[in-house]
Each structure stands twice: as C-alpha cells, then as structure tokens.
Write a protein that binds this ligand. Structure first.
Ligand SMILES: [Zn+2]
Length: 445
C-alpha cells in the first residue's frame, strides 16, 4: 500500500553474471510476505516502511548469461558497430565524469556508458527513486563477503563518511562480513546517497559468481540477518514539512548548516506528504528548510545515534523582498530593528541593503513561536565567495520579548565603510499588510 511511510529499496543483479543476487531479492520478498502477521519483527518493519524489491535490474543481460555467455557483466546495449553493453553500476551520475574505477572504452567490462544515466535500466531506477525519495537502499552484488561504504574518489564530509563506515560495520557484523571502501564511483548506491541522502550500501555476497542453486539459497538465508539489521537500524531524523497556514505538504530543500558537499548532493521533502529523512551521526545539528514562496527556516535538532528524532517543520509563506526599503540614513555596525504588533506565529525574514553597492549585506529570519516571544531562528549570509560583502559569522539564536527588538551586538558584521541604506522585510501576508499600513518598523544604527 502507498502510505505516508519511509521507503526502502532492495536491488539485485545490476551485474547479470552475479546470479546469486536475484535469489537474495526473492528471499527478502518471501520472508516479508510469509512473516507478516506471524513474526512480530517482520510485521513491525512492514508496518513501518514501504518496501520495494527489484530482484533483476538487468534482465537482458541475465537472459544472455543463461543462454550465451555466463560471464557477461554489462547490459546488452547495442552500439551498432559490433560493441555491446554498459556497466550499469558505473553509469550513475555520481562523479561519473572522473573515470574513477570506470572506463570510457566500450569494450571494457567497466565501460561507464556514453553519458551519465544513459541506460534504460539506470533511468528506470533513477525515475523510481525520484518518485519515491528512498530513505534506505541496499544493492546486492557478488562476489566477496563484504559491505561497501560511501564514495571512492569523490569527496564526502568527514562527519558523514565516518558515520557511514560505522553503519556499514553494524550491518556486516551480524553475518561476519568485512567492510571496505568501493573500487569506483558512479555506482548505484552512491547515487542514492547523492540524490536523497539515503542510507545506502552495497553488499558483495557469496564466494563465486555462479554457485549451485542450493548454495545460492543457503547464501540468501545467511545474509538475512544483515538485511534485517538494515531494516531495523533507526533513521536518525525524520519529519514532515508543511505549510503553516494550510497544513498542506511542502516539497522543500533540506540542508545541514555547515556541512559542505561537493558533488551536487541534494536532500528534500517529497511532495505527496512532505516527508523527509536525514542521515546524521549523533549530535546537535542545524537543519535548514527552503522552498520557493516560503521564508526559509532553520531548526536545531539533536540526533541520538540509537533512535529516531522526529522534527516536523511548518514553513510560512512570504518571499524575500516582498516589502522593501526602509531608509535608515546610512550607517555602519550594529543595528536595532523594532517590530511591533507581531501576530503570534508570524515568520519574518530581513535583508539589509546597501545602495552604495546595490548588494544585500546580510539576511536573516525571525520567527515568532509564542504569543509574547520571538525566537531568532536563522541569519544566513548572502552567497559567496565572490560577493565582497560576504560575512560569515553565524547569528546567535536567542529569545527576545515582543516589542522593540534589539539584535545582539556584533552579530551582524558589516564591513567598515559599507553604507546600509535599508532593509527588505519578508513575512506572512497578513503581517506584510500591517507593515504597509503603519510605521511599525524602525531601524536605528
Ligand atoms: Zn557486481
């Protein structure tokens, strides 16, 4: 059933000669369907997750393995010049261009294909994944009894890299597999990390490409404790993003403040329910939510390492520069912004302007969370590094009484000599109307 649940994908047989792997996919289907309603652990997992299993990702290749060449690895793409096949597990758009552990020679067993995600099989997995926003992905290969973790050549934030390695060990331990870094980039499970911060790994199973069928069934049963652990490991952070006024789900970008990814990684809430997930080590993190037409919001969350933190977020409508230009007469340094008659729950963002440079010199957000309090949730510097007025000091979160609001001194550091001429306010529509009708904002420098 398609329900508001985190979604999980098991994939097998990207490489068609690895014929133990479809048996593992079928084993998972069998255990989940026959165990539901009788095995409490399986029942809980099926109730908790929406689970997808793709036992054969490379059907044309598998047919060729059974009938023509039992060591064929790639798909059967016909290039029309006597050359066939792309290595599907080098065709994904994660550092594809680097040729890390891949080849650009069509005769190679690790040929990456003519362009990222050129192959129908890969496009199928990508399309399914973009529609489902998988929280967990396990990709089965053979052989070698190992769990593969993270990227190879591509860079990953060390905080996440370390956490992924620890999780790989937690999956490998129940079945005494080893863990290791992968031998290439452009692999399926790596793309899942890039596309949706999925909890994604690759398991090399068995000790040969083509064991007997009884041996393959034995291996499928032997790896079940890993698959069970994979399903049972808690998602560190989940929640929903909704519209504060209507309650409707919002498809928002989700990012972790201070964590730099370098391969175009994205995280988002999906549009059907507004559901999102983030894989983070234990600790306190600042998570930012952005969506067109809404004021961005940053929340502080604590993840525990052994459970799931639930953090729902309501975004308030209102875009940047919805109401602009309160001339201050110019000034440098700290400033005071007075906001009056702020309705409870109002979200306000602001941008400081310099007419001298026609550039914003700082932006921020204030979010009312209680009838008589304001909590400063975020202050985000303008995009750098080319902006000469870029400032990087994080805003200090705090709680301030309603009425004249004085921002903490020193938190907005405007370069000496920069003239600040105004402020643009973004807020919920009702409060913008209030602002437009009366002098409820005063700036002093
Ligand atoms: Zn493989």
């Amino acid at each position: 059933m398609d329900e508001d649940e985190p979604e999980v994908l098991f994939v097998a047989c990207h490489h068609c000669r690895e014929i133990v792997t479809p048996e593992i996919g079928l084993d998972i289907i069998g255990r989940l369907t026959t165990g539901y309603g009788s095995d409490p652990a399986i029942t809980a997992l099926v109730d908790q997750y929406e689970i997808w299993v793709a036992p054969v990702c490379n059907p044309d290749g598998l047919e060729y393995v059974w009938n023509v060449n039992n060591l064929w690895r790639k798909n059967r793409k016909d290039f029309g010049n006597g050359e066939f096949g792309v290595d599907l597990n080098r065709n994904y758009d994660l550092n594809w261009q680097s040729l890390c552990g891949a080849s650009n020679n069509p005769t190679s067993n690790v040929y990456r294909g003519p362009s990222p995600q050129s192959e129908a099989e890969v496009q199928t997995i990508v399309g399914l994944s973009q529609a489902r926003n998988f929280a967990k992905v396990m990709d089965f290969h053979s052989y070698g009894q190992e769990v593969l973790q993270g990227y190879n050549c591509a860079a990953m934030p060390s905080l996440i890299d370390t956490w992924i390695d620890n999780e790989a060990a937690a999956l490998a331990n129940p079945i005494s597999f080893n863990t290791r870094d992968p031998s290439a980039d452009g692999e399926h499970y790596q793309w899942q990390i890039k596309a949706s911060t999925a909890y994604a790994f690759l398991a090399e199973t068995h000790t040969s490409f083509q064991p007997t069928h009884p041996s393959a069934l034995t291996e499928a049963a032997a790896v079940w404790p890993m698959n069970l652990a994979f399903l049972q490991r808690p998602l560190p952070l989940v929640g929903h993003v909704t519209d504060a006024s209507t309650g409707a789900p919002v498809a928002a970008g989700v990012s972790i403040v201070g964590l730099t990814w370098s391969n175009g990684e994205t995280r988002r809430s999906e549009p059907q329910y507004g559901r999102y997930h983030l894989n983070l080590p234990a600790g306190t993190h600042q998570v930012q939510f952005d969506a067109p037409g809404y004021a961005p919001q940053t929340v502080t969350v604590t993840t525990t390492g052994n459970g799931t933190t639930v953090q729902d977020v309501m975004l308030m409508q209102g875009g940047p520069f919805a109401l602009a230009a309160f001339t201050s007469g110019g000034g440098v340094g700290d400033f005071t912004m007075d906001l009056y008659n702020l309705p409870p729950g109002t979200g306000v963002g602001f941008t400081l302007f310099s007419l001298q440079t026609a550039q914003p010199v700082g932006t921020g957000g204030l979010f009312g969370l209680a009838p008589d309090l304001l909590t400063i949730e975020s202050l985000v510097s303008p995009p750098g590094p080319t902006n000469p007025l870029h400032w990087s000091q994080p805003f200090v979160p705090g709680v301030f009484p309603l009425g004249p609001l004085t921002l903490p001194p020193g938190t907005v550091q405007i370069p000496a000599g920069t003239r600040v001429d105004g402020v643009a306010i973004a807020a919920t529509p009702a409060y913008l109307q209030l602002l437009a009708q009366s002098s409820v904002v005063r700036l002093t420098f």
